[in-house]
Ligand binder design. Structure first.
Ligand SMILES: [Zn+2]
Length: 257
């Protein structure tokens, strides 16, 4: 290595020490260049803000009210993720201290995120958080206050599930509606997978999963029109109850189980 430096230096007319100084200077210059680029305009930085970003416009179409927290937070998380700003609400980019070189970049991004959140709140909710200027604090406050709304959402979905009947719908349309409701319920309260059970469940969760599947099969059968009376009677006698997808398939084809 020393040989090659010495020969390169010699060929350019520099001695080894001059060359070493030049290398140091080049290194320092590149460091200075890097520091002179603001993270706000560096696309690889978490603080990058595209020149087209505007804190005065809504970034999602839904406004948070007291009943739609889940829908609102999902839309907001997707929008913030697309702008690489999730860290300002999930706690991974906490406030920089004022002597941190990134402080002004952090402060500007935080202000944008706060403005985007405020734009997406109903007037009443917006007034209740306006005193707060840290995005993650507003985010946690809203979650704390409105996430409970999901309990009511689940109750509403369960009411829909238990009152849905086939009526004028085709069996396929009826089955599709039911599936949409219970998939939404699953999003809110799915039964966990066993942690330590091996070939046989000993913790009791498998029993809960089976009960839930049976509930879906029974719901489907109970809502079917009278023309499916025979299928219903047959299935109700089966032990264990077949999976709802299988029952739908057989009912649809009016085949025996
Ligand atoms: Zn188990």
């Amino acid at each position: 290595m020393a040989d090659s430096v010495s020969s390169n230096g010699a060929s350019l007319g520099f001695d080894v020490h001059t060359l070493s100084h030049l290398n140091q200077l080049t290194h320092l210059q590149s460091q200075l260049n890097r520091k002179s680029v603001s993270p706000l305009s560096d696309p690889s930085s978490v603080f990058f803000l595209h020149p087209s970003e505007n804190p005065g416009i809504s970034i999602i179409s839904v406004k948070l009210d007291t009943k739609n927290y889940n829908e609102w937070s999902r839309a907001m998380l997707i929008a913030l993720k697309s702008k690489n700003k999730l860290g300002f609400v999930d706690g991974t980019l906490p406030k920089c201290s004022v002597d941190d070189p990134n402080f002004s970049a952090w402060d500007k991004c935080n202000t944008f995120v706060v403005a985007w959140i405020l734009q997406s709140l109903s007037n009443e909710i917006s007034r209740s958080v306006i005193w707060n200027d840290i995005a993650v604090d507003i985010w946690n406050d809203l979650r704390h206050r409105y996430y409970q709304g999901d309990i009511f959402k689940v109750a509403e979905l369960e009411e829909n599930l238990f009152s849905l009947k086939q009526g004028d719908s085709s069996i396929t349309a009826y089955f599709t509606k039911l599936k949409a409701i219970w998939e939404e319920i699953e999003n809110f309260k799915s039964i966990l997978l066993c942690v330590a059970c091996e070939s046989m469940c000993v913790c009791g969760l498998e029993k809960l999963r089976i009960q839930k599947k049976e509930t879906y099969t029974v719901r489907f059968l109970r809502g079917l029109n009278e023309q499916y009376h025979n299928v219903r009677s047959q299935v109700m006698l089966a032990k264990p109850l077949p999976d709802v997808n299988e029952v739908f398939f057989c009912s649809h084809n009016k085949r025996d189980i």
